[in-house]
Design a protein around this ligand. Structure first.
Ligand code: F6R
Length: 252
């Protein structure tokens, strides 16, 4: 089942998304959370940090596995996803950092790192709730559009579109790493629940195609149509096409 929540703006989207994660952690304090970086979830992470500071939830027994990491960046690099997670979330909550995991972008053997990461996720018994954003080309994690869905954690060459989209965080597009490590479609699809956060009109078309178009590796997020428990939480601009073409699917 896929449920669509259209919230009026970014703050409302963040609040709603945080309430889903908080409910998961309350219901199962030992949850394994699959986490994402990017600009979309920052507001949601802030909301969760507030709930934690107010002692409404605790992350003490939670384990996390992040979706992806640039290949070649150290954890201290301010554009690495490990750095992002510490700064935007882990440093603000009561989680034990030893329970937080991000692919190691400095493992000299990226293929071995992918295998290690899959084995780690499997050793946790899989993911309870996977948070996802969506790229404007439909990517989830760094699973880029292609000819086939890739199951395992994989070492990928980023598309020009992703490099261009992410260049806003770097001094120039030339500084954006060309390769990344990303959790594959298998671990994502095996997560018990999926929460997608999405904001801004630039995502509206690809979002509608992902959930109402063909299931195709040309739009990697489209595979989520096969998942049994997905919540899509978007702001009004991102949900605009879905609201226009399929108003009946929106949660009241
Ligand atoms: C980040 C990730 C990516 C982003 C996507 C959207 O860990 O996995 O798939 O979710 O690129 O990024 P933003 O939120 O910056 O638009």
């Amino acid at each position: 089942m896929i449920r669509f929540y259209m919230e009026k703006d970014y703050d409302a989207m963040s609040y709603r998304a945080a309430s889903f994660i908080a409910a998961q952690v309350l219901a199962k304090p030992t949850s394994v959370l699959g986490l994402a970086t990017g600009s979309t979830p920052i507001g949601m992470y802030n909301e969760l940090a507030k709930k934690c500071a107010d002692k409404k939830i605790t992350f003490k027994a939670v384990r996390t596995v992040n979706l992806d990491e640039y290949y070649g960046l150290s954890p201290e690099h301010d554009q690495s996803y490990r750095y992002f997670m510490n700064k935007n979330f882990f440093d603000k909550i009561d989680i034990d950092k030893a329970n937080t995991n991000v692919p190691n972008g400095q493992n000299p053997d990226p293929v071995a790192e992918c295998a290690r990461y899959d084995a780690l996720i499997d050793s946790f018994g899989g993911i309870d709730l996977q948070l996802l954003g969506i790229g404007r080309d439909g990517h989830i994690g760094f699973n880029e559009p292609g000819d086939a869905f890739i199951g395992n954690t994989n070492y990928v060459k980023l598309t020009e579109d992703t490099i261009d989209a992410n260049s806003r965080f770097f001094a120039s597009a030339d500084d954006v790493p060309r390769y990344a490590l990303t959790t594959g479609i298998r671990a994502i699809m095996q997560a018990k629940k999926i929460l997608m956060v999405v904001n801004g009109e630039a995502k509206a078309k690809v979002l509608e195609e992902a959930f109402f178009g063909p299931i195709t590796p040309a739009n990697p997020a489209s595979i989520l149509q096969l998942h049994a428990d997905v919540v899509v939480c978007g702001d009004a601009p991102a949900m605009a096409y879905i609201a226009e073409k399929h108003p009946e699917v929106l949660e009241k």
